[in-house]
Design a protein around this ligand. Structure first.
Ligand SMILES: [Zn+2]
Ligand SMILES: [Zn+2]
Ligand SMILES: [Zn+2]
Ligand SMILES: [Zn+2]
Length: 162
């Protein structure tokens, strides 16, 4: 083996061992990279009860965890007449979470595609909630009954006429 081959070989070895070390390093810190750090969250004196922090023992980052205590959606009051939004405020700090809880869905019948249309009594939002066809009997196919919807023209085969 010539001199330059030896140099090349040892250079390759160094490169291999370095990348191996990098791979091992990455593997042990892979949790940190995806936000899963290692350590035990602790409450800090003088901070609200929902505030916890710890220093990750792998990457030394200070990690803050907040576990707010929001009231239940059903207990919270609506904050405006025409809106189904509720603002939930943390029991311990000023954090607020906004949730939408529709008060009451009134049926508005079906649309041209037989979707059940419902409208919220409070905020007037509309939604489609399932289908309701108005079938009439069209005939039979083998042992099945052919039905057709008089509204959307959808046809189906049924076992019994109910
Ligand atoms: Zn970490
Ligand atoms: Zn809080
Ligand atoms: Zn609503
Ligand atoms: Zn229909």
């Amino acid at each position: 083996m010539g001199f330059w081959d030896k140099v090349k070989e040892s250079a390759n070895k160094i490169a291999e061992s370095e990348s191996w070390a990098a791979i091992k390093e990455t593997a042990s810190n892979v949790g940190c990279k995806v936000g899963v750090h290692s350590g035990k969250p602790q409450h800090i004196e003088g901070q609200p009860q929902c505030y916890m922090e710890y220093t990750c023992d792998k990457c030394n980052q200070l990690i803050i965890k907040q576990k707010h205590k929001f009231p239940s959606k059903s207990d919270a009051k609506y904050h405006s007449n025409r809106s189904c939004e509720k603002r939930l405020k943390c029991e311990y700090c000023d954090a607020v979470e906004t949730v939408t809880v529709h008060e009451h869905w009134n049926s508005k019948g079906v649309d041209g595609y037989c979707n059940n249309v419902e409208k919220c009594a409070r905020c007037h939002t509309e939604r489609k909630n399932g289908k309701h066809h108005s079938f009439i009997r069209r005939g039979t196919q083998g042992s099945k009954i052919v039905v057709e919807c008089i509204n959307c023209r959808h046809t189906e085969l049924k076992d019994t006429w109910n």
